[in-house]
Design a protein around this ligand. Structure first.
Ligand code: DHB
Ligand code: MG
Length: 631
């Protein structure tokens, strides 16, 4: 499979775009005419520049308002075409995209269109180029790939073929399986784009909201399966019109794009085993069995206040690393590691972010396979010197430069706590166990622009799915929140995208110098018992406005005893068709980090989004009051 991406998909001038695209591993580009017209170099030089980057120009586009024109526009269109064919020859590309005519001047008639293309095919043949016809979803007469195919079929010229674009087909709800009956050798080029399902004008949706396959809600895999079934084995190219991508990092958007294509083709290969799909073999998406540990990097001074909070939550220090200043804190099935070393990766994280989660350990079946898949999808592997007595645990880089380690039962890895840690017996009084059993979810806060990157990262490497995006209302702005979870809920990550610095999430990113874990939720099976234990440990949760409880009563009609118990313990409550959710929040630690304690009853699967605004308001009140030193 040859991969390409349209220059329109990323930011920068043409030369910046080429560098980012080549570095991400693409084979070619679709050159957008405007990117060429606005660039200050002759066609020949642009072609050479692309080839110097190791990129072929797979397509030149778009050529508009061609078919079905009355005179004199028809003759003008052929004149224009001739000029562009010359240009393509100079640039060194042999394929042009003609998109279906959207002009009000265009006349309908499938045979008229076919005849125009037959004549265009003759002209193209003289110039040694080929023409692909694409149905725009808003084309005046041709707006469906089935009709575009009929035009191409009737044009019956070897230099005229079809171009399919997943957006135009899927956005209109056309069944992609209709592609299966088109001969693969008549398809000249494939463009792919996904998009979030939003009910809006097709043209506007297409030009502003497309995103990478897997980042949106369209069945791009179904589309590509159908394409592969035709025998098509040409270029597969991304054509992504997206306002945010145009202003984003060319490098990271290109990396995301390449990852999305590799992921897509890997899925197609698995779902269409009888079809030859050219993509490197790699392990299937990795099933995660839970979160084995979370590691904080801290200075010794800051670790003291963090561990005080951990104790109040009922955690006990049970181990110390054999050779490092690294402590293990435990409760239930939860392992929290606190690293106060003065060298190594954790320390670098501390230097950059302050006290921060620097490492997340996931339980998998096969750590080596996890690394292989991650690497095939362009993730950065992480290695660090392994000291005597330490295990070499496979790891990759994740959000905000943090690390993810993978622990499996195949090797000694699952015995890491016995091998690398010695038991300690603290002489302090043990805190009351709060009945916290496991990590329910980890919330990572990032800039809005990074949301799709990490969504694709997690869903492509791990057997997870994303939940619908929800808006969290902070008094200073919206924060977008989307969860990535596996089927049994043993892995739940929430990604929160902040737009500005005045939101709690934005403040956190700004003050901790980049994306990081902002909160962690521990699960209990008895929230009231947990509240009791926490109180005994001197833990004071953030207090919620009494107005919240009045409203809760109005919304859910809770019995008085329950309502009073919630209020007395500062517990937030939510309910849906499946079950109930209870939440207690810790105060803010330093620049915005906090812990949450949750109980899920019945099949409640959400994250209490309806409560987030009350939690944020309370935390902001607390932040203003608190004596936490500010930078
Ligand atoms: O929005 C457009 O005009 C446009 C142009 C060329 C394409 O390939 C396309 O999918 C859309
Ligand atoms: Mg297109």
């Amino acid at each position: 499979m040859k991969t390409a991406i349209a220059t329109v998909s990323i930011s920068g001038d043409l030369s910046e775009k080429l560098t980012a695209i080549a570095d991400a591993g693409f084979d070619g580009i679709e050159i957008f005419e405007n990117d060429f017209l606005t660039f200050d170099a002759a066609p020949r030089d642009v072609g050479a520049m692309a080839r110097d980057h190791g990129l072929e120009i797979s397509l030149f586009q778009p050529f508009r308002d061609f078919e079905g024109m009355p005179e004199p526009q028809r003759s003008r269109a052929f004149e224009r075409a001739k000029r562009k064919f010359d240009l393509m020859n100079e640039m060194g590309t042999d394929l042009v995209l003609v998109c279906s005519n959207a002009s009000p001047l265009s006349l309908g008639g499938i045979d008229r269109a076919a005849e125009d293309f037959r004549d265009l095919g003759a002209l193209a043949a003289e110039h040694g180029v080929r023409v692909g016809y694409e149905a725009l979803a808003w084309g005046r007469h041709i707006s469906d790939h089935r009709d575009a195919w009929e035009v191409v079929r009737r044009a019956d010229h070897p230099n005229i073929g079809l171009i399919l674009d997943s957006f135009h087909t899927l956005a209109k709800g056309i069944d992609p399986d209709t592609i299966r009956s088109i001969p693969g050798d008549r398809i000249f080029f494939i463009q792919l784009a996904d998009a979030p399902k939003i009910d809006m004008d097709l043209l506007y949706w297409s030009r502003h909201y497309r995103n990478m396959p897997g980042e949106g809600d369209l069945d791009v895999t179904g589309f590509m399966r159908a394409v592969a079934a035709t025998g098509y084995d040409g270029v597969v190219s991304l054509e992504i019109f997206n306002d945010q991508f145009r202003g984003g990092s060319a490098k990271s958007i290109s990396v995301d794009g390449h990852r999305s294509l590799v992921y897509l083709m890997d899925q197609v290969r698995r779902q269409e085993p009888d079809i030859k799909v050219q993509v490197d073999d790699m392990p299937d998406r990795i099933s995660v069995g839970g979160i084995e540990f979370v590691e904080f990097a801290a200075s010794e001074a800051e670790a003291a206040s963090l561990t005080a909070l951990m104790r109040a939550l009922g955690f006990v220090r049970t181990g110390r690393h054999v050779s490092k200043k690294v402590d293990l804190w435990r409760q239930g099935d939860i392992n929290i590691v606190i690293n106060t070393e003065r060298t190594g990766f954790a320390h670098s994280s501390y230097i950059v972010h302050g006290t921060t989660v620097c490492d997340i350990g996931l339980r998998v079946d096969d750590a080596q396979a996890t690394i292989e898949r991650a690497e095939a999808l362009g993730a950065a592997l992480f290695t660090q010197d392994v000291k005597p007595g330490e295990l070499d645990i496979p790891a990759i880089r994740g959000v905000g430069g943090g690390v993810m380690h993978f622990i499996d039962g195949k090797s000694d890895l699952s015995r890491v706590w016995e091998i690398e840690f010695r038991p300690v017996d603290d002489d302090q009084d043990e805190p009351v166990n709060a009945g916290l059993t496991r990590i329910d979810h980890i919330a990572q806060t990032m800039n809005n622009e990074e949301m799709l990157t990490w969504l694709l990262f997690y869903t492509s490497i791990f057997e997870t799915h994303k939940t619908p995006m929800v808006d969290v209302v902070d008094p200073a702005g919206l924060v977008r929140s989307q969860a990535v979870e596996n089927n049994d809920g043993s892995l739940r990550l929430t990604l929160n995208g902040a737009e500005n610095r005045r939101t709690l999430a934005g403040h956190f990113i700004f003050e901790s110098f980049g994306s990081a874990v902002q909160h962690m939720a521990f699960e209990t099976t008895d929230i009231f018992a947990a509240a009791d234990a926490l109180r005994k440990n001197g833990f004071a949760p953030i207090t919620i406005s009494p107005n919240y409880y009045d409203d809760l009563d109005a919304r859910f009609g809770l019995d008085d005893e329950m309502l009073e118990a919630l209020k007395a313990n500062s517990i937030l409550y939510d309910r849906d068709g499946d079950g109930e959710y209870f939440q207690i929040y810790s105060p803010i630690y330093r620049e915005g980090f906090f812990f949450e304690i949750v109980e899920r009853r019945g099949g409640y699967n959400g994250y209490g989004a309806a409560n987030a605004q009350f939690r944020i308001a309370a935390q902001k009140r607390h932040l203003r009051r608190s004596d936490i030193p500010k930078r």
